[in-house]
Design a protein around this ligand. Structure first.
Ligand code: 5AD
Ligand code: SF4
Length: 441
């Protein structure tokens, strides 16, 4: 049996696509190798969102080249967003790469592997959803569900519209059938994935069209699905019906990831985010009104071209005001062929780093403060495994998407009540509540 080794970079959509690549390879008779040097097929699923992502990947690719020098029959394959973004030069810059394919072309890997042609091949036009391929899930009880691909926005900093193309939604009937099959296979938590999930369905024919909130309702009806998450929504499309779904549908979790990017309306305008600081805060107010306990997380970029000290202070103010439960913070990184990369007034690196440090300090302090609301409460925790720092304890996630390390008994996939005894900015600690558990069974 030939063996493959796959390394994944980037976002949850890439993790999803990698599970599908694995499923497809295993249906072709491949098995997963434990290390790269044991593999006949070395694969990478790449990301291009920031320059650092590119650099990290190139170092791995060079290691693969060294392995191929020792065993020349090894096949090297590169998929995902970086491959798509360098499609014109991939084989000239990296002649040892045998096959390259963009995010909408994963199935072509199978065609390449089963063909007699040994010349390098590249496949880059969108042809199909990776969500239609078989999957090999990392965990039995959790699954990614790809609801759409691509993005119709044109955020001036972002490479994704050029790597993942125009937005295309999957048919709701196909999605519901997929989720029913997942539930029958033991999945209790699904994460709906799209570059812009809440514009789901707008490209579908009227007779098949569901809005995102209608899709949430349909998924909530699938028996066995206890938790529904999704990522990422766009603040401009965060309408009341979606917010109400969090309040009214029992499986939709109390967590919304709502990317802010900047707290300055002037910067947001140059980012082409199509909302202002006020409109964003208005969405937050609506969430807090309908789902007071909802966890909120976000993405923030510092050092966007032209960002002044005053603009940056506005970002700090929004972070103070909202009090996020967590945030991913990024230093702006110019990306090829994006509008912002060509803007004047690029912010000096030292200024970006100083702003990042200040931002992280405020994010963490507010997250720590917000997390105190859980202390003393008993939360439903879905067990994922053992605590990373103390294997005698268990680790799981609350519906708010907080990692909880706790003392107790149980197996991955079980949901147990945990009384929270401590809270830091990142994690909660607690004790499984035995009384409540006995009461449930
Ligand atoms: N530089 C820095 N961060 C970026 N992101 C997207 N493009 C860039 C870039 N060029 C961030 C955004 C997005 C997250 C996935 O990555 O915050 O929401
Ligand atoms: Fe990276 Fe964005 Fe592509 Fe995800 S969609 S892999 S974050 S470039």
């Amino acid at each position: 049996m030939p063996a493959y080794h796959l390394t994944t970079f980037g976002c949850q959509m890439n993790e999803h696509d990698s599970e599908r690549m694995k499923g497809m390879l295993e249906s072709l008779g491949y098995r997963e190798a434990t290390s790269r040097d044991q593999a006949d097929l070395i694969l990478f699923n790449t990301c291009s969102i920031r320059e650092k992502a590119d650099d990290r990947f190139i170092a791995h690719l060079q290691e693969a080249r060294a392995l191929k020098r020792r065993s020349p029959d090894t096949v090297i394959g590169v998929g995902g967003c970086w491959a798509q973004s360098v499609k014109h030069e991939v084989f000239t810059r990296f002649p040892y790469v045998d096959v390259a394919f963009g995010p909408g072309q994963v199935h072509k890997l199978a065609e390449f592997l089963t063909s007699d042609s040994l010349t390098a091949q590249g496949y880059f036009a969108f042809e199909g959803f990776t969500g239609d391929l078989p999957a090999k899930r990392a965990r039995e009880f959790q699954a990614w569900v790809q609801i759409s691909v691509g993005c119709n926005m044109s955020c001036s900093y972002c490479i994704v519209p050029s790597t993942r193309g125009r937005e295309v939604s999957r048919d709701p009937a196909v999605l519901i059938a997929e989720i029913e099959a997942l539930a029958a296979d033991g999945v209790s938590e699904v994460t709906l994935l799209g570059q812009n999930v809440n514009s789901y369905g707008r490209d579908l024919a009227p007779e098949r069209r569901l809005s995102f909130s209608e899709l949430l309702t349909a998924v909530d009806h699938v028996s066995g699905i206890e938790r529904i998450r999704y990522t990422s929504p766009h603040p401009k499309d965060m309408r009341e019906d979606v917010i109400l779904a969090h309040a009214e549908l029992s499986a939709v979790c109390e967590h919304i990831h709502l990317p802010l990017q900047s707290g300055s309306s002037a910067v947001l305008k140059r980012m082409r985010r199509t909302y202002t600081r006020e409109r964003y805060l208005d969405r937050v107010a609506l969430i807090r009104e309908h789902v007071p306990d909802c966890a909120l997380t976000t993405d923030i970029i510092v050092g966007f071209p032209g960002e002044t000290d005053a603009d940056f202070r506005e970002t700090l103010e929004v972070v103070e005001e909202v009090g996020y439960d967590g945030a991913f913070t990024f230093i702006y990184s110019p990306r090829r062929e994006t509008e912002a990369a060509a803007m004047g007034e690029q912010v000096p690196h030292e200024v970006k780093v100083a702003r990042m440090e200040q931002l992280v300090e405020v994010v963490q302090r507010r997250a720590q403060e917000r997390a105190q609301r859980f202390v003393g409460r008993t939360l439903e925790v879905l067990i994922e495994g053992h605590s990373r720092t103390d294997p005698s304890r268990l680790r799981g996630r609350s519906r708010h998407n907080k990692v909880v390390n706790f003392d107790g008994l149980g197996s991955p996939g079980e949901t147990v009540p945990v009384t929270i005894t401590g809270a830091s900015s990142q994690t909660l600690t607690g004790q499984m509540s035995l009384v409540a558990r006995a009461g449930r069974s």
